[in-house]
Design a protein. Structure first.
Length: 298
C-alpha cells in the first residue's frame, strides 16, 4: 500500500528524490529552477507586520525602512506547521526528500524541520534533514552538490553521507562595512560599533562548527579592505575547489563587486564565478555593503 498523505492512497508514480532547502541558501533563481530545488521561506518581522522573504520584502526594503527610523527588521525561520505542509506537498510528488537546513548554531530552522518530520509519522521516514553548518551561499554550495549527485544517479543514503563530509570543507566568510546591523540585532554593544567606526575597522565573520565567529579585522578604506580580504580568503588556492565560487553581497555597488570579481579571476582559474544578491534574511543581519567569498576547500 502506498503512503497515505491526504487521506487517499498514492496511485500516481512519484519521482525518486527531491532536494529541498530554505531561501537563505542564496542561490540564483536560475540554479534553483534548473535543478528543481524546492524552497521554503523565512520571514522578516517589522513593526508593520510579517513579510515573506524574496516574495514580499527585499534587502533594499529593509535598509530603506531602517534608514528612515524603523525600529526592527528581525528574521524568522519557518514555523513547524509550515515545514509540515511543505514536506507533505513534496512527498506527494517524490519518494524521498533531502532537506538542507541553515546551521542549527544560528537558527531554529533545523530543529523545526526535525519536529515537523516527527509530526508526519510514517511518511516522515522518507525525509532526510541535513544541518548545513553554514549559511547563505555556503549552504547553497551544499545544495548544489546534492543536486549534482542526485542527477548522477547516486542514492539518497550515499548523498546524505557525502554531504555530511563536504559541509566540513565549506568556507563561509563575509566582510562587513561596519557593525551597525549586528548592534540592531543585539549581537554587539553600541560601544563596540563606535570603536570600530572610529578606527575604520571592518570585521570578517566566519562560520566555524556551525556558529558565527569574529575571525579577522581589516583596517582603512573599505574598498581596499575588501580586496585584501579576498586575497586572504583565497590565499591557498591549490586547496580550493575550482568548480564554483560565490561572491554574495548585500547592496554593494556594481563597481565594488566588479573589482572583487576581477581579483578572484586573477587568483584562480575558477570554472564558475557566481555573483548573487543575499536574501533579505541574511541582509537584515549583516547590513548593507557586506559581501562574502564562499567556496569549498579540498
Amino acid at each position: 500500500m502506498a503512503d497515505n498523505i491526504n487521506g487517499k492512497s498514492e496511485k500516481t508514480k512519484r519521482l525518486p528524490l527531491s532536494i529541498s532547502t530554505e531561501c537563505v541558501c542564496d542561490l540564483p533563481f536560475s540554479m534553483i529552477e534548473k535543478h528543481n530545488v524546492d524552497i521554503i521561506y523565512y520571514s522578516i518581522s517589522t513593526e508593520y507586520g510579517l513579510f515573506r522573504d524574496r516574495d514580499e520584502i527585499s534587502p533594499e526594503n529593509i535598509f530603506e525602512h531602517m534608514d528612515n527610523g524603523g525600529q526592527k527588521a528581525e528574521s524568522q525561520p519557518p514555523f513547524i506547521d509550515e515545514y509540515v505542509e511543505f514536506f507533505k506537498k513534496i512527498l506527494e510528488k517524490y519518494d524521498r526528500v533531502i532537506h538542507i537546513s541553515l546551521s542549527s548554531g544560528i537558527s531554529n530552522a533545523y530543529q523545526n524541520a526535525l519536529i515537523a518530520r516527527e509530526k508526519l509519522g510514517r511518511i516522515g521516514g522518507r525525509i532526510d534533514i541535513v544541518d548545513s553548518c553554514s549559511l547563505s551561499s555556503g549552504m547553497g554550495l551544499l545544495v548544489y552538490k546534492a543536486c549534482d549527485m542526485r542527477d548522477k544517479g547516486i542514492n539518497a543514503t550515499k548523498i546524505v553521507r557525502e554531504l555530511n563530509v563536504i559541509k566540513n570543507n565549506i568556507s563561509t566568510t563575509f566582510i562587513m562595512h561596519d557593525l551597525w546591523y549586528f548592534y540592531l540585532n543585539d549581537r554587539v554593544s553600541l560601544k563596540m560599533v563606535k570603536l570600530f567606526d572610529f578606527f575604520n575597522i571592518h570585521p570578517v565573520i566566519r562560520l566555524k562548527k556551525g556558529k558565527m565567529k569574529l575571525a579577522w579585522l581589516f583596517f582603512g578604506n573599505f574598498s581596499s579592505a575588501a580586496i585584501w580580504y579576498t586575497r586572504f580568503i583565497l590565499r591557498n588556492k591549490s586547496r580550493i575547489d575550482l568548480d564554483k565560487i560565490f561572491i554574495t553581497h548585500a547592496s554593494c555597488s556594481v563597481k565594488m563587486i566588479n573589482n572583487i570579481r576581477r581579483e578572484v579571476e586573477s587568483i584562480g582559474n575558477f570554472k564558475d564565478i557566481i555573483i548573487n544578491k543575499a536574501s533579505a534574511t541574511v541582509s537584515s543581519n549583516c547590513g548593507p555593503n557586506t559581501f562574502g567569498i564562499l567556496c569549498i576547500r579540498n
